[in-house]
Structures are given as structure tokens and as C-alpha cells.
Design a protein around this ligand. Sequence first.
Ligand SMILES: [Zn+2]
Length: 347
Amino acid sequence: MIDDIDATTARVLLGLDGRRSRETVLAEAGAAGADIAVVSTLLAGLRRCDLVVDAEPLELSALGGPDTAERLAPDHSGLSVSGVAAPLATLRHRRARMVAVHNTGRLGAPVASLLAAAGVGTIRLVDDEMARPSDAAPGGLLPMDSFTPRRAGAAAAVRRAAPEVRLDTAASGETPDLVVLAGCTPVEPVLLRSLHRLGVSHLAVSIRESTAVVGPLVVPGTTSCLTCADLQRRDRDPAWPRLAAQLSVRRRRMSEPGEVTLTMMAAALATAQALLWLDGGTTPTLGGTLELRTSAPQIQRRNWVPHPHCPCGAGRTAPRRPPERAAGPSDGTRTCAMRPAPDRMGP
Ligand SMILES: [Zn+2]
């Protein structure tokens, strides 16, 4: 028996019908004028006594049916234990987002699949290449996709991961919430200009020899961009433009480098960064890159500051430090000033 509660709280408890989640009940209780803390405590007590059960799995069904709900239930639980205040709302938010993945080979296709599996509602795949045997990877293209359009193989991979996902094409005219540039080395200048002109945030991810490089996540005009990085390198090494051009030609002739284990780590870390950005969380790759090797247990963060002469304008408008700094084990291991890199960063 529960006593000593006000009439509004009593109505909330009497209205529990098993069709709404705890999150929804609390939101409605607050709107009705009840003390949310009191209602939350009462619900927790009732749950401990097995007198109420959480109906979130039912609401997860709204994201794409019972199978989808069951598949996303671990993600929902994971978000909950990670301290996300409204995990269901977060998944709903992801469902309404669109991410475009450029270059859907060995690295990009698994990123697209991971994004879809994590609940992103719409994926756009951008790739005109034909698949090669070296494009096959877990979560991505299959060996049997070789010598067929790579985008089709990636689309099938995304469907395997999340059948309910919507696959979009550029013909829709919609602007993606985020563009992932996977192994695009270098990024076509026309594409970069377009992303900046439209103000589309973009995340670079690539394998650089034995290192996976995730980032930067560029918010045009606000954080340092890929051109900023190139200008910083040029300042340090006048020969950089010539070296970059040579590397670019060499890479066009080669398959994406990288052990498959490193490629999978890069795909997972890039997807995690994309989700943090979409979810509104602190994103360490804003103004920086995360670098990891299979041989080293730590992720290292490198800070990239806006270049004052970059046409992106971030050097004139943004603070010298990125607005969001990495937290936890991925930051602080090495936050260094720019230094000449042995290879081109990102795409
Ligand atoms: Zn820039």
C-alpha cells in the first residue's frame, strides 16, 4: 500500500497501463504537475517489488517492429548503463538522422553497417567504383561481391545489419546530418568545397600505414578542417604539397592498406564518433584526431588547430582550442602541437 502522496501522483500511479515506458510516464507526470523525483522513486520501488515492468521494449517496437526492437534492446540497455538520460529518445533521434558514407570499400562499408545497426535511420552510400576482392571485410562487402558495383554490395551489407534502414541516394536532394569520408585519400576538392558551402559536418577516417586515424570531425567554419591540416603541414614542410600529390597518386593505384583487425577497429571508432556527434554528446574528434594501432592499447588524441589563412574561416572565428575536448582514456595521452606527419591525414 502506498500512502501519503498527493492526488496528482496518485493519478499517475493509477494510470500505469503497461503501454508506456518509464521515460514517457515521467514526462507525462511532469507535464501534469507531479514531482518527477517522487514519481521516479515510487516507480523504482514498485519495480523492485515486481509490481511494475518497464514497457520500453514495447516502445522500441515503434522504431521498426518487434524484430528491430529486440535487436536494439541491448543498445538501449547499453545507453542506459552509460548514463544517457533518455536512451529511448536517443534511439528515436538516431532513427530520424541520415548519414552519408563516401567510399564504401573495406573500411566504409562496415562503417555504414555499424551506423545502421546502431539505429541510424537513413544511410546514403556514395561510391562509383567496382568492388575488388580486397574490399571484402566482416560487416561489409562479401568476397562474392567482387567485380560488382561496390555501392550495391555495401547496400546489401547495410540491409543485413538492419533490414529496416532506409537507403537514400543523392537524387533525393536531402542534406545528410553527417558525412563520413572513409579512406578517401585525398578528398576531392569539389566535394570538400560542397560540404563547406552547404555547412555539412563531416568525419574523416582512414588507415595510415599501421595506424587508424579517426577524425577530424569538421563543423564547417567552426572547427579546424582538412584544408587547415594541409596548410599546417605546408607551413612546417614546404615540400608537403609535392609529397602529398605523390602519395595521392600512389594510393589511387593501391588497395586501402591496413590489417583487417585495424580496419575493424577504425570502423568501430569512427562509428562511435559519428554516433556521439549525432546524439549530441562530447565528441573528441572535433578539432582533433584519434589514432590507434593494433600493437598499442591506448588511443592517442592529436589536436588540430584552425589555420588562420584557411578559407574555412575557423581560424578567425573559433577558439584556438576545440570547443569540446576529449575525455577519458582517449584523450590526454598525447595532445600535441602540429608536427610533420609521415603521411596525409584523413581523406
Ligand atoms: Zn580550415
